[in-house]
Design a protein around this ligand. Structure first.
Ligand SMILES: [Zn+2]
Length: 346
């Protein structure tokens, strides 16, 4: 009798056990997604510099048009810039859990990672990424976009502007809101000379900027307003402090795109933030070792009060690029960004 009762209950029990196990495994599958999102934020606490891209990049589809950075040394030397970069404080560990942005889909077929824009305007793709298609302009066969981050500063900005004018070339200044607040006239001088203007956050403090995509965007909005007050126009281009690598994850890209901004990393760095003051010859050497083989280059430099050798090296930098046959462009939303691939992996 007892055996018969057991047999009667056995089927529903087995079904119940199956149901429980399916439910549990369903819950567990959420964890890797959460962990991936968190790691994006945690990374910024530990790595203020992008890692070497040489090896990693080989796993990712490469664009011949948008070469990846040559090495870790080309990364944002912004650390030695005279702002907050020297003491990046770790952000709170769980901030990303408060992020209301959509969780990337899991299960089924994942979107392949394609971490760059095509010159045709096709945006990057990655799981959870939603960026709009763009329309980029025609470019000469060899084009250089000189960029200066962290200014304006009275010690360097007027000197840089004079050299650009004398050499007959244009550049793009990614300005910091704090500095715009102090020196709006210098921003106006850049704008009046026809240079490109981009947004580089308000505080440039990694611990504030990279707390969440919302914090990032709040800094961008604040600076946008200050730029607008100074020159009457709002840029739609930005550079992430320290670059996107180790700082951005897909929700940052989604937030930036939704706000109609394009974000620009770089594929050549003169290395002027590798030390407080890098000798001019070293800056030129850094440039010359990264440029060959690239048809379009976005060159990272700093417009920061202490970076006097950058100003000293600038005429030689421009002359070298002219001799290599490059034209000089201003970055606008019509220019396809160069992006580091790291932020598209989670
Ligand atoms: Zn910077």
């Amino acid at each position: 009798m007892r055996i018969k009762q057991w047999q009667t209950w056995r089927v529903p029990l087995v079904l119940l056990a199956l149901l429980v196990s399916v439910t549990l495994s369903g819950c567990q599958s959420v964890e890797p997604v959460k962990a991936a999102l968190s790691s994006g934020t945690n990374d910024s606490a530990e790595r203020t510099e992008p890692p070497a891209l040489g090896k990693d990049a080989s796993e990712i589809p490469q664009s011949p048009e948008i070469p990846q950075p040559a090495s870790a040394d080309s990364t944002d030397t912004e650390q030695s810039a005279p702002l907050s970069e020297q003491s990046p404080a770790p952000p709170p560990a769980d901030e990303s859990d408060n992020n209301p942005s959509p969780i990337p889909p899991f299960g089924g077929k994942q979107t392949p990672i394609h971490p760059f824009y095509e010159l045709s305007g096709t945006p990057p793709s990655a799981p959870g990424l939603a960026m709009r298609v763009r329309a980029f302009g025609e470019e000469p066969q060899k084009i250089a976009y000189l960029t200066f981050d962290d200014g304006p500063y009275p010690e360097t900005t007027p000197r840089i502007l004079k050299i650009l004018k004398d050499e007959g070339v244009k550049a793009t200044f990614f300005v910091v809101g704090k500095q715009v607040q102090r020196y709006p006239d210098l921003l106006k001088a850049e704008y009046d000379q026809g240079e490109g203007i981009g947004n580089h956050s308000y505080s440039h403090e990694y611990s504030l900027v990279y707390r969440s995509p919302e914090s990032f965007l709040a800094e961008i909005r604040h600076t946008e307003e200050l730029i607008y007050q100074a020159i009457g126009t709002r840029p739609h281009i930005l550079r992430a402090p320290g670059g996107t690598q180790g700082h951005f994850h897909v929700n940052y890209y989604n937030a930036v795109d939704a706000a109609d901004y394009l974000v620009y990393d770089w594929n050549v760095s003169i290395g002027d933030a590798d030390a407080a003051l890098v000798p001019t010859e070293q800056l030129i050497h850094n440039l010359e070792s990264q440029v060959p083989g690239k048809s379009r280059i976005i060159v990272l430099m700093h417009d920061a009060g202490a970076k006097l050798t950058t100003v000293d090296a600038l005429p030689q930098i421009i002359d070298y690029l002219k001799r290599q046959g490059y034209g000089f462009g201003v970055i606008t939303p019509k220019v396809a960004p160069v992006l580091f691939p790291g932020g598209f992996h989670g």
